[in-house]
Design a protein. Structure first.
Lengths: 558, 277
């Protein structure tokens, strides 16, 4: 039933059939109440000797409700009514042939209800609040672009605000720095331009070489390093911004990549293949000094003798019974008597005649008369000293000395009474000269110099072959004696029976392998990567016969 | 048909794809032995970075795809499933791309934004799995609008009935009718409650005020009070519903702006890396 505008009832009759009639908003309900204020399944109408409307548990709107709708059940006798949401059900007299009848009227139309609270409650969702989702997205994106790109890029891209981008610490390109630099580079860490000179280009080797002027190539010029390493940049191996310790990793992979089959990479090389110290590493190749050149000889392959031009047998000097000292009786020498560590304690100070030999190896030429010695070093000066001595003795010598030295009775010419004649003078000097010649020859060739040196003679006089004592036999290897201080010298250097200075006492690879294994750890051994002993940039021999310091200069120039 | 969540879409197809992608990336990372240390600029680093950047662009495209109602390239459900799982794979791939190196720089900014976006996405998935059930539990067959209309009816009834009550009681009821607020600001919408709600305080105060009533006014008051309780109940459900829907929306207010910021930071990251190559 609806009502006209004047309030007059307008009726629409409908017939429904069923054991029970569902009441609700649901379209499947037999009594369909199309109003949002009605529950989907609001209630039921059953026939129990007349209509009974009930709602409650069976029609509970939601189980989440705490104050449940009371279960109610109303018998719709004619005239009796019940409110169902905005509708009113009223029982009416059943017409002929029907069990029952019911009038349904919408008493609270929707338009009337939509007032008050419903109209005030317009902003119930986040969307209705107009929160700035899109605006925030743009703002954030623009802030990131401006702060971290546009401003810092001023310098490198030469934008109008170039000066500002260089001066401000907050917006500078330091936020582009991907990671900590090695300690040595930290002084230039904030000056990206020191290395990154041009945009969208790799860091140039030029930038590195500006400071690293003395870096050498991996190989000597004879192997044409520019061709051999074509395409390689400093940064191929050295990557900065990877931590404060190093720009590269001491990784055998670097070395083995080429040295596993080195002939293929550099056909003219003389080095042999190496991939691991324990399993594949050639015998040591020693650099031996020979005259003005360096001879490289592999251990176990060739004549491994050295020509230092010095006669020095280790064995007699290390005699357990000691050596005879002119002043101290028998003295036992050990290695440290002559081999003193240098300041780095990695290597040793050079052997010196003055400090290490002269206490015993005295340069006396007339021990019967004097303890005077000839100076060490220059043969001509030694000859002069000898000549002067005998000339002086012939002129001024006391009787005793004169007779001992010359083996004839007499004394110095000037000690005699009266003025000596010219012929007497000549005789005396001839005597002195002959004696000096004899003594010098004895000194150089028999008694003193030749004990240790190669003595020769030319028109100018005696010559001593220059002494070349090597200090580094394996210049490509980094070896520190300090790191091996727990070992005895003899563990590696077997000189106790060496009778000749041509013997080379450098240990072979077997000796090293007693303690050192390859890069893979082995119990009770020292794991040793290539870089433990070798460097990459250390090409060339530190000793150059051409001129002292030549190697360092040559490396700097490259 | 049984409801199928986006997580189990197509028998976990995108989970399998994402897991395979992450596993391949992890495996490659384990095998890779760069010359210095793992970082974004090694061969694998560039590869992972490229994959991650393409993933970011594709994930952002979801915002466009879901509005292309006519597109037949997969279903939006499938896209969302892929969006969730590949977004998770991005977390793995981008982390491996960093080589576990973070610092105060724009590169890490992009990474952190990526993590925030993925994390807010995880939260979004979580709420979308949890909240819809709670909405249904709270509303049942009703809608927010029907609850509001019912409340309006109650207001009308209650006011009519309360007219015959003494002034102090009427004032309490009238305040509930006139001054009860729903939503209006973020806090009230999100909290799902209103501490100073006039209806709640009316429901608290009315029994005390009505103690002195006898006879007919007492009966009227009882009816008013019943209506008041019903309205209070409806209010609680409406507020819970607002809260639920706001929770479903809120994470997007972070997810979307952060992902656009991520796009900017990613662009800066890639550009600057190659400016200072």
């Amino acid at each position: 039933m609806t009502r006209s505008r004047a309030g007059k009832p307008l009726q629409a009759k409908r017939e429904v059939q069923g054991d029970l009639l569902r009441v609700g908003r649901a379209a499947s309900s037999e009594i369909h109440l199309p109003d949002p204020r009605v529950a989907l399944n609001q209630g039921l109408i059953v026939f129990r000797d007349g209509l009974v409307y009930s709602e409650g548990d069976a029609a509970i709107v939601s189980h989440a409700q705490t104050t449940r709708k009371a279960v109610r059940s109303v018998r719709l006798k004619p005239g009796a009514s019940v409110n169902v949401g905005p509708y009113r059900f009223t029982g009416v007299q059943a017409p002929e042939g029907y069990d029952a009848a019911l009038s349904i009227e919408l008493v609270k139309p929707l338009a009337e209800a939509a007032s008050g609270l419903a109209t005030r409650a317009s902003r119930l969702t986040l969307a209705s609040l107009r929160l700035p989702k899109r605006w925030a997205a743009w703002a954030l994106a623009l802030a990131v672009l401006a702060l971290f790109f546009a401003l810092p890029a001023g310098r490198i891209l030469d934008l109008p605000w170039r000066a500002a981008s260089q001066s401000t610490g907050i917006t500078g390109d330091r936020f582009w720095n991907p990671g900590p630099m090695i300690l040595a580079h930290q002084p230039i860490e904030t000056r990206c331009a020191a290395c990154h000179t041009a945009a969208f280009q790799h860091v140039k080797d030029r930038a590195c070489l500006e400071c690293h002027t003395a870096v050498g190539h991996h190989v000597g010029p004879e192997l044409k390093p520019a061709v051999l390493f074509e395409g390689a940049r400093c940064a191929s191996c050295h990557r900065d911004h990877k931590g404060v310790r190093a720009t590269h990793r001491d990784d055998d992979g670097f070395c083995v990549a080429c040295h596993r089959d080195i002939g293929r990479k550099a056909s003219s090389t003389q080095v042999e293949n190496a991939s691991d110290f324990a399993t594949e590493h050639p015998a040591f190749r020693l650099s031996l000094l020979e005259g003005d050149s360096v001879r490289k000889v592999r251990q176990g392959e060739d004549d491994l003798t050295e020509s230092s031009n010095l006669a020095f047998p280790h064995a007699p000097h290390l005699d357990p019974a000691g050596v005879k000292s002119p002043t101290r009786g028998r003295v036992r020498l050990d290695c440290g008597a002559c081999h003193h560590p240098d300041a780095s304690r990695r290597a040793f100070q050079p052997i010196s005649m003055e400090r290490h030999c002269r206490e015993c190896h005295r340069l006396e030429f007339e021990p019967a008369v004097t303890s005077r010695e000839v100076p060490h070093g220059k043969p001509a000066e030694a000859v002069n000293v000898v000549s002067d001595f005998y000339a002086s003795l012939a002129l001024n010598g006391v009787k005793d000395s004169f007779e001992k030295a010359f083996g004839v009775p007499g004394e110095g010419l000037l000690r005699r009474v009266g003025q000596p004649s010219e012929s007497q003078r000549k005789v005396a000097l001839q005597l002195a000269e002959r004696k000096a010649d004899r003594v010098s020859a004895d000194l150089f060739e028999v008694r003193v110099c030749s004990t240790c040196h190669e003595v020769g003679r030319n028109d100018a006089g005696w010559t001593i072959a220059p002494v070349r004592i090597a200090s580094r036999w394996m210049p490509q290897a980094r070896f520190s004696h300090r790191s091996h201080a727990q070992s005895k010298c003899a563990d590696c250097h077997d000189v106790a029976r060496s009778l000749d200075s041509s013997d080379v006492a450098i240990p072979d690879i077997k000796t090293c392998r007693e303690c050192h294994t390859g890069s893979k750890p082995v119990e009770k051994k020292v794991a040793s990567s290539c870089m433990l002993c070798h460097g990459f940039h250390d090409a060339g021999h530190p000793w150059s016969p051409a001129k002292p310091g030549a190697v360092a200069e040559a490396r700097g120039a490259r | 048909m049984k409801h199928q969540s986006i997580l189990e879409y197509a028998n976990f197809r995108w989970f399998k794809v994402a897991a395979a992608l992450s596993a391949i990336a992890g495996f490659a990372y384990g095998l890779h032995d760069p010359s210095t240390k793992p970082y974004g600029g090694s061969a694998l680093g560039y590869t992972l970075g490229t994959v991650a950047a393409l993933l970011v662009l594709w994930l952002l495209w979801f915002g466009v795809r879901k509005r292309l109602y006519r597109s037949t390239l997969g279903t939006v459900q499938g896209w969302l499933s892929a969006h969730v799982y590949l977004g998770t794979a991005l977390l793995v791939i981008a982390t491996l791309h960093t080589g576990f190196e973070l610092g105060w720089n724009v590169h890490s900014l992009a990474y952190v934004l990526m993590v925030l976006v993925v994390a807010s996405g995880f939260y979004g998935v979580f709420v979308y799995l949890r909240v819809p059930g709670a909405i249904t539990g709270n509303l049942g067959d009703e809608t927010l609008q029907s609850l509001l209309l019912r409340m309006a009816d109650i207001d009308k009834d209650m006011r009519e009935k309360a007219l015959s009550l003494p002034d102090d009681l009427f004032r309490v009821v009238e305040r509930s009718v006139v001054a009860t607020r729903l939503g209006g600001n973020v806090f009230r919408i999100l909290s799902g409650r209103d501490r100073g709600c006039p209806t709640a305080s009316a429901a608290r105060e009315l029994p005390e005020l009505a103690k002195r009533l006898t006879g007919e006014p007492a009966n009227v008051n009882k009816e008013v009070y019943t209506l008041l309780l019903e309205k209070n109940e409806l209010l609680a459900r409406v507020r819970r519903d607002m809260r639920h829907k706001a929770i479903l929306d809120l994470w997007l207010y972070f997810h979307v702006p952060l992902s656009v910021a991520l796009l900017a930071a990613l662009a800066v990251h890639v550009t600057t890396v190659f400016i200072y190559w």
